[in-house]
Design a binder for this molecule. Structure first.
Ligand code: PAF
Length: 281
């Protein structure tokens, strides 16, 4: 695996590969890699000739400075994981390289979707995501990119970004990778104590409960039962728990049998660790 820290050296290398007709697959990450990220790398390797992973903890998408400070960072473990699956290129720039003119953010309007759920609870978060993903796409000009469905709302937004500004990039969304017990893999899980790991299982259990009972009850009752499952755990505090339209993320209500498809989305604090999860029904 070749590691680049500057845009110039990465682009010089990529130009030779693209000139040789190689297709480029790109997996953007913020590090603290787990098997969810690795599944994206493997998918990219299967579909393209050369896979690039970026690791950059993007300051402009953190609305809370202490969340940014506590975000797990482990470059040497990340590099070992990537090398083990033969990722071709790792791009690991620093903040000045990505933001040479200061930390400005996207100002283009991406509509209501940026204001709902994660957007409402983390103001400015998606402008930071759009800024950095655009910048990375401009630098790398990949043929394909790979994102995880765990960040469902982010996927909708990146799809819109690609539609508007990068129509040549093929967008791939891969299923959330879960532990055997159902917990969605997340970089933030490394901060959970053993006891918190066990309590956090209620999050995915509540989502699967709704999926199993879809069509048999009202959305309001399903949400109430799911919230109760989460709230029974001492360390868990729900920030939001919604069942929404899959495309616009508007909240659904009434009997679940009236909806053929939906997405359940939740954000839950486990102590001071914020976990998100979702499930398509
Ligand atoms: O999903 C993430 O890890 C980040 O939001 C991303 C896409 C790497 C942008 O910083």
């Amino acid at each position: 695996m070749i590691v680049f820290k500057t845009i110039k050296t990465l682009q010089t290398y990529l130009n030779t590969k693209k000139g040789g007709g190689k297709s480029i697959g790109f997996v953007p990450t913020m590090g603290a890699l787990h098997q969810g990220h690795i599944s994206l790398i493997l998918k990219s390797k299967a579909q393209t000739d050369l896979t690039i992973c970026s690791i950059f903890v993007n300051p402009t998408q953190f609305n809370n400075p202490s969340d940014l400070e506590k975000y797990p960072r482990n470059a040497s473990a990340d590099m070992k994981l990537l090398a083990a699956v033969k990722c071709d290129v790792l791009f690991m720039p620093n903040v000045l390289e990505m933001y040479p003119n200061g930390q400005t953010k996207n100002t283009e309007d991406y509509g209501e979707i940026t204001q709902l759920l994660e957007g409402e609870k983390r103001p400015g978060h998606f402008d930071g995501v759009i800024t950095i993903v655009s910048r990375l796409f401009e630098i790398i000009e990949p043929h394909e990119t790979f994102f995880g469905q765990k960040d469902y709302q982010q996927c909708l937004l990146v799809q819109e970004l690609i539609n508007r500004h990068f129509p040549k990039i093929t967008f791939n969304i891969e299923a959330t990778v879960r532990q055997k017990d159902g917990l969605a893999l997340s970089s933030r899980n490394t901060r959970l104590s053993e006891a918190q790991q066990i309590e956090a299982l209620a999050i995915s259990k509540s989502l699967f409960y709704i999926k199993q009972n879809w069509g048999n009850d009202t959305i309001e009752n399903l949400i109430a039962a799911a919230e109760k499952m989460i709230e029974l755990q001492k360390s868990l505090k729900i920030e939001y728990f919604k069942i929404c339209n899959r495309t616009h993320l508007t909240a659904l209500n009434g009997h679940s049998k009236n909806y053929k498809e939906a997405v359940i989305l939740t954000a839950v604090f486990c102590g001071d660790i914020r976990l998100i999860d979702n499930l398509i029904v």
